[in-house]
Design a protein around this ligand. Structure first.
Ligand code: DGL
Length: 271
């Protein structure tokens, strides 16, 4: 009897916002979280670097026994997921699966907009990949997508400066750039797993009629559905409720900062 954990990966802390939702929805499974903090942020890196880093982390999670890995990072999902799914898994790991966060979000985005005008805020990597434009238009050709890259947000959040008054300029600036693209946007997708930490500020900036959408619950719902449709994977998963956390950076620094994202104290180990 195998007891494989579900691997959850992000470039740093942001994936913990998704892990929070997954752990609340599916508390009995075993999980391993890996943050590549030593090499984050990924957002401005070239495609081949993001792919290389992501694959290394996925392979590390496979070596830890994971049969299913979630890329809880939009940048890695945009830049690395397709190559891993189409090239690396069939060639080297035919019985393992890697899922991302973009497709599950694109599949349900129509539920959150009446005007069919959606704003997508993400890293430069995610925005330049046009992954959301393509995926949303595949499912909902009538939805107009407006993208805004927010390159200062992840560094501000990773350094815990995001709620300081000094951060306000950059938070306001990207929001107003997005709204300038269309007056009819009624849904703003936070297409970076770090951004839910900005919600208190974003709620004061965007008008009340705009839905500000974080991805955690959407990804958790999609995972529930995936596991129901894939018993061959589900049967391999351990259900002792075990959770472990690893970082490629400094575990002491990780533990100090991670609770803001995960909503509870945790203890990590070195990757
Ligand atoms: N949390 C990652 C994402 O969802 C971001 C970040 C980064 O490392 O730039 O895109």
């Amino acid at each position: 009897m195998q007891a494989s954990p579900i691997g959850i990966f992000d470039s740093g802390y942001g994936g913990l916002t998704v892990f929070r939702s997954i752990a609340d929805r599916l508390p009995d499974y075993n999980y391993i979280y890996l943050g590549d903090n030593a090499r984050s942020p990924y957002g401005d890196h070239a495609f081949d670097i993001i792919y290389k880093y992501t694959l290394e982390c996925v392979e590390w999670l496979f070596a830890k026994g994971c049969h299913l890995v979630i890329l809880a990072c939009n940048t890695a999902s945009a830049k690395a997921l397709r190559t891993i799914q189409q090239r690396d898994l069939p060639a080297k790991y035919p019985d393992r699966r890697v899922l991302g966060v973009i497709r599950p979000t694109a599949e349900v985005i129509d539920q959150y907009t009446s005007t069919k005008q959606v704003g997508v805020m993400g890293t430069r990597g995610t925005v330049n990949s046009k992954s959301y434009l393509l995926e949303i238009n595949k499912f909902f050709p009538d939805i107009q997508v407006y993208q805004q890259s927010c390159p200062m947000w992840v560094p501000l959040i990773e350094n815990n400066e995001h709620l300081e008054p000094g951060a306000d300029f950059f938070i306001n600036e990207y929001c107003s750039q997005l709204l300038k693209q269309s007056a009819d946007i009624d849904c703003v997708l936070l297409a970076c797993t770090h951004y839910p930490l900005l919600l208190p500020k974003l709620k004061t900036i965007f008008p009340d009629y705009i839905n500000i959408l974080a991805q955690g619950d959407i990804v958790a719902n999609s995972l529930v559905d995936y596991l129901a449709r894939h018993p061959e994977i589900e049967q391999k998963l351990g259900k002792q409720g075990e959770r472990s956390f690893y970082t490629s950076g400094d575990p002491v620094a990780f533990d100090e900062h991670a609770s803001i994202f995960f909503g509870e104290a945790l203890k990590s180990g070195k990757m």
